[in-house]
Design a protein around this ligand. Sequence first.
Ligand code: ADP
Ligand code: MG
Length: 252
Amino acid sequence: MSQSLRIENLHASVDGHEILKGLSLEVPKGEVHAIMGPNGSGKSTLSKVIAGHEDYVVTEGSIYLDDVNLLELEVDERSRAGFFLAFQYPHEIPGVTNANFLRAARQARLPKGEEVDAVAFYREMYAKMDQLGMDRKFTGRSVNEGFSGGEKKRNEILQMMMLEPKYAVLDETDSGLDIDALKIVAQGVNAMRSPERGFLIITHYQRLLDYIVPDVVHVLHDGRIIHTGGKELAYELEEKGYDWITKEPAAA
Ligand code: ADP
Ligand code: MG
């Protein structure tokens, strides 16, 4: 059985515009891959297509989570299969408290007839919030409603820590975070690195990758991965920009 998040020749469109144009990528369990790329290259589109966002139409290609064909699953089924996306622009859910949201998500992962143990759940949630430097008042507030940009990003990581996915995609989690918050979030991610889990870290800047050191760095440009390298590639991109890669003839 393949233990990876595996994307092959993915083509996807939104409102009739093709954004992903034959994207292939494999993140084996136990590895952290980064995707970097200019604005508008399709990074958020990729993350939303994997999550199953209804606005995006997959016209060709495949996405497998281990041996599960994700394209056959609904959004909630993809989540229960072990996929998690931390959004670039997290959604607000008015009227649903953070604690109830997380509890319901945990409940949905239990076999029929089993109940979340409330005491253990709160103990775990508080411990994880402490780790992320989140005040406990956030448990009783509606999900992301009125949160600052940085508070939303921490809250996404709290969700990830509570759901313990097999594969997580973090879409520009660093944007909107000051350096202290960035370090805390990176510590949270690093603590979850494990042979049983794969990460895809989408970022525009190399800075985050100082704290979450990737095994592999991919460059996304115009809907395709056009270059792949080791962690040093992030520094090269920071220094030289993207032109030297995007303007070279596409590698076979
Ligand atoms: P990135 O996250 O790399 O900055 P996105 O995936 O958000 O890029 O966007 C990729 C491209 O898709 C952009 O050129 C954007 O304008 C385009 N795009 C996104 N949504 C739509 C839409 N609803 N209609 C047309 N084009 C869109
Ligand atoms: Mg984006």
